[in-house]
Design a protein around this ligand. Structure first.
Ligand code: ADP
Length: 282
């Protein structure tokens, strides 16, 4: 599902002396069936931007198009409930909110709350576990006794159970070890490639996201600094650094090598391909 922001501004406490202009005239496109990263320093407007996608916040100015939905100030959202289920949010450290005794209960809790029928719930729990790569034996396990990576997968499964078209993940790799991060990256790619989801990842972890995202949106001080495919966005090393945005180490390496040798080894996002290029060029 494509999402478009057209001249969108959002102000907190609008019209009061304490007004904060969190987003200023944003124009951007979040492509369907792609992994889109949202990157920017703290306070740049990332949380505000993702909260405008499911209609919980409405723009102060401008329009957000989410698939068939048009979100605009002072306009009633047609099919507001449909929209809520089409966008799945995985918040930061979601497993901190676990409170059920089994994985199954944890995943089905939200669906029960929204009155889904038992048959449908059982099927969706099974499907959601499969989608995150956990077999059915996990259903009866205690969620508190799982590893950090498994917990994160269960939290993602509880969002997938609603069958959303778009999945927003806020700092998904936060607090995970390297192996769990790699496993999560694989899962996010599968959600795009096998299940055709549109993914939005909010992250500071530029080294990890560079390996698997397609597009990047950089926010700075409530404005879009850059948007586009990851290679073209992260080529703007000086401007990004000046605006407090970290550049992936692999991009820095390729840039430094180019400065020293005059040779650009290519748009490379992983160490294996980088090693091959270096061996061929030495
Ligand atoms: P980020 O997620 O990139 O850290 P936010 O979207 O949370 O950025 O914040 C953008 C700006 O809006 C910041 O200046 C922040 O202080 C301000 N802001 C966020 N939430 C509120 C709020 N509830 N009331 C007033 N200002 C807010």
């Amino acid at each position: 599902m494509e999402i478009k922001f057209e001249n969108v501004s959002y102000s907190y406490l609008a019209g009061t002396p304490l007004q904060v202009d969190a987003l200023k005239d944003i124009n951007l496109t979040i492509e369907a069936n792609k992994i889109n990263a949202l990157v920017g320093p703290s306070g740049s407007g990332k949380s505000t931007l993702i909260e405008l996608i499911n209609g919980l916040k409405l723009p102060t100015k401008g329009t957000v198009y989410v698939g068939e939905h048009k979100l605009k100030n002072n306009i009633r959202i047609v099919n507001a409930n449909k929209l809520r289920f089409e966008i799945g949010f995985v918040f930061q450290n979601p497993e901190d909110q676990f409170f059920q005794k089994t994985v199954k209960k944890e995943i089905q809790f939200g669906m029960k709350y929204f009155g889904y029928k038992t048959d449908k719930i059982n099927q969706r729990v099974e499907d959601a576990l499969k989608m995150v790569g956990l077999d059915n034996t996990y259903a009866s396990r205690n969620p508190f006794e799982l590893s950090g990576g498994e917990k994160r997968k269960v939290a993602i499964a509880s969002v997938l159970a609603f069958n959303p078209d778009v999945i927003v993940l806020d700092e998904p790799t936060n607090g995970l070890d390297t192996t769990s991060k790699e496993s999560l990256v694989k899962l996010i790619k599968t959600l795009k490639e096998k299940y055709n989801k549109t993914i939005i990842v909010v992250s500071h972890d530029v080294d990890v996201i560079y390996k698997f995202v397609d597009n990047v949106i950089i926010l700075s001080n409530g404005k879009v600094l850059f948007q586009g495919d990851k290679y073209s966005v992260f080529k703007n090393i000086d401007i990004l650094t000046k605006n407090g945005v970290k550049v992936p180490r692999i991009v820095e390496f390729l840039h430094k090598t180019e400065c020293k040798t005059g040779k650009y080894l290519g748009d490379i996002d992983n160490v294996e391909d980088l090693t091959k290029e270096i061996i061929q060029n030495v």
